[in-house]
Design a binder for this molecule. Structure first.
Ligand code: GDP
Length: 445
């Protein structure tokens, strides 16, 4: 996500590190490096101009010259200006006073609308809402089936064209879908609409007509962050065509320059509400400008990490584990396996680790991280008998060879696992002693 922009900016700041005072020349050089980094990342020119002017002005001002560590002060300024262009304070999705809340999705074909419809539906359902998906994309072959598949995965019903629901007429499908939702008391209606490969007046007219019929509480413009320079023009066309209320950035998991997407909030004056970061239903998060800025500046995104952990972790299980350790009971290999499985539910380990501060510095190691490692550990523990899992001390040489054979691994790997397990166990003991707090240095390697 914004990897090259992030690299460029952090490299720029590295040059400032340790400097006691910054001359005007230092600031000019830094600002022009920032400008180049933003332009290279495809951030729209007017946004870059405004951004660099603001950074320069503040950098020359008192907050930097009187600071103990001017370099850090500049990072702070860039951070706050980044938050600003990304739309500032996060806004919540607006719900209707009287349900159903209607959310309409608009955007180009391939932007990720249908995928997003499923993610949004699941996210809302997890919050106790009862969403209905409405398939008003009749343009693309298979769009309806695709929405049905997505709906099934999310466990959310789909209203699709059938005789009586308006076969072939997306506006009629939207109208009947909304009526059905009102009748059956669904709390949210998500209307998926058709896109084209490029901005097209017929498509825009159709989207506007659907908007007229369903009177959405939120019209979300879905934007593929990978489309580069075209993003701003596309956003402006949709703003004129359907006057959206919020933006969703998709494919933020890609390594593209993505900067154009970063300009959209500033250029359209509409906030980015959500971010989509992969093809799976759970690759979806609220967009927070401050957290995104923090990720771009390689300061990590601990808050999102915690939220995802809360979503993935089973509260009862976590409490059981805490009580067990606090009670002086030994942490077993079975517990270790349970923890691994919970961690796996948070999604790709690469993504999880990528949210830690300084992740940009270890990008190569992250790229090479083998997701199957977790599966291998699982296979190893599964090849152990219950006695072995509960009392790892009995795992001697011959047992190790048997476990290696059973799990398709090597004795060396079993030895490594046992070492790691011992480390985790020590850490759990320290945590129990310190009353549940993390040991200094925290978890991890
Ligand atoms: P629509 O035409 O706007 O409905 O777009 P789709 O939902 O069909 O998505 C187009 C393609 O992009 C599909 O192959 C999706 O799996 C993929 N896609 C959607 N969102 C994301 C995302 O956040 N990351 C990645 N990597 N792929 C995505």
């Amino acid at each position: 996500m914004f990897a090259s922009l992030s690299d460029r900016l952090t490299a720029t700041f590295r040059n400032l590190r340790g400097k006691g005072r910054l001359s005007e020349q230092d600031i000019t050089t830094t600002v022009s490096e920032i400008r180049r980094a933003l332009l290279e990342a495809d951030v729209a020119l007017p946004v870059v101009r405004e951004f660099t002017a603001a950074v320069r002005e503040r950098a020359l001002g008192a907050e930097v010259s009187s600071a103990l560590n001017p370099g850090q002060q500049i990072v702070k300024i860039v951070n706050s200006e980044l938050v600003e262009i990304l739309g500032g304070q996060a806004r919540d999705l607006r719900f209707a006073k009287r349900p159903p809340t209607v959310i309409m999705l608009a955007g180009l074909q391939g932007a990720g609308k249908t995928t997003l419809a499923g993610k949004l539906a699941k996210w809302l359902k997890d919050q106790g809402q009862t969403p209905l998906l409405v398939a008003s994309d009749l343009q693309r072959p298979n769009a309806v089936t695709q929405l049905q598949v997505v709906g099934e995965r999310a466990g959310v019903p789909v209203w699709a064209p059938e005789p009586g629901n308006g076969v072939g007429d997306p506006i009629e499908v939207a109208r009947s879908g909304l009526a059905h939702a009102q009748d059956k008391l669904y709390s949210v209606v998500i209307v998926d609409t058709a896109g084209r490969l490029g901005v097209d007046s017929e498509m825009m007219a159709q989207a506007a007509a659907i908007k007229d019929v369903v009177q959405p509480d939120e019209t979300l413009f879905v934007l593929d962050a990978m489309i580069g320079q075209d993003a701003v023009a596309t956003a402006q066309a949709f703003q004129e065509g359907v006057d959206f209320t919020g933006v969703v950035l998709t494919k933020l998991d890609g390594d593209a320059r993505g900067g154009a997407a970063l300009s959209v909030a500033k250029v359209t004056g509409r906030p980015v509400l959500f971010a989509s970061t992969g093809e799976k239903l759970t690759d979806f998060e609220r967009f927070h400008a401050d957290r995104m800025a923090s990720r771009i500046l390689d300061m990590g995104d601990i808050l999102t990490l915690i939220e995802q952990a809360e979503r993935a972790f089973d509260q009862d299980e976590a409490e059981r584990m805490a009580a067990k350790v606090a009670g002086g009971e030994d942490f077993t290999l079975q517990d270790f396996l349970d923890q691994m499985q919970q961690l796996k539910k948070m999604g790709s380990m690469k993504k999880v680790l990528g949210m830690l501060p300084g992740a940009g510095q270890m990008r190569e190691a992250l790229e090479n991280f083998d997701e199957r490692e977790v599966d291998r550990i699982e296979a190893m523990v599964r090849s152990m008998t219950p006695q072995e899992r509960a009392n790892p001390k009995i795992i001697n040489g011959s047992r190790r060879s048997r476990i290696a054979r059973g799990s398709g691994t090597t004795v060396t790997e079993i030895n490594q696992l046992m070492e790691r397990f011992e480390q985790a166990k020590t850490m759990m003991r320290q945590m129990a002693r310190s009353g549940g707090k993390m040991p200094p240095g925290g978890f991890g390697p």
